[in-house]
Design a protein around this ligand. Structure first.
Ligand code: ZN
Length: 82
């Protein structure tokens, strides 16, 4: 089952652009979002978002299942690095 996903056009304090599922209460108004389109899950929507912005992340509220490569990029998989 697919859902519509949006990306915030204004970056957050960490310079990333959050992706939201339609209906997410944390999604800003339509004017501050760009429609990415229908995707089967949040990971696909984030991949699409990376075509528009350099730094993209799934909203922690509506997209919690981030792929492993994205966790690595954000340092969550580097616990043993130091
Ligand atoms: Zn959201």
């Amino acid at each position: 089952m697919t859902a519509l996903y949006f990306i915030e056009t204004r970056p957050h304090f960490d310079h990333s652009h959050p992706v939201h599922k339609k209906g997410c209460p944390l999604r800003p108004s339509e004017k501050k979002c760009k429609l990415l389109g229908p995707f089967k899950d949040g990971n696909d929507a984030v991949m699409e978002g990376l075509k528009h912005f350099h730094s993209v992340k799934g909203c922690l509220f509506c997209i919690s299942n981030r792929p492993e490569w994205l966790k690595r990029d954000f340092g969550e998989g580097n616990a043993g690095k130091n």
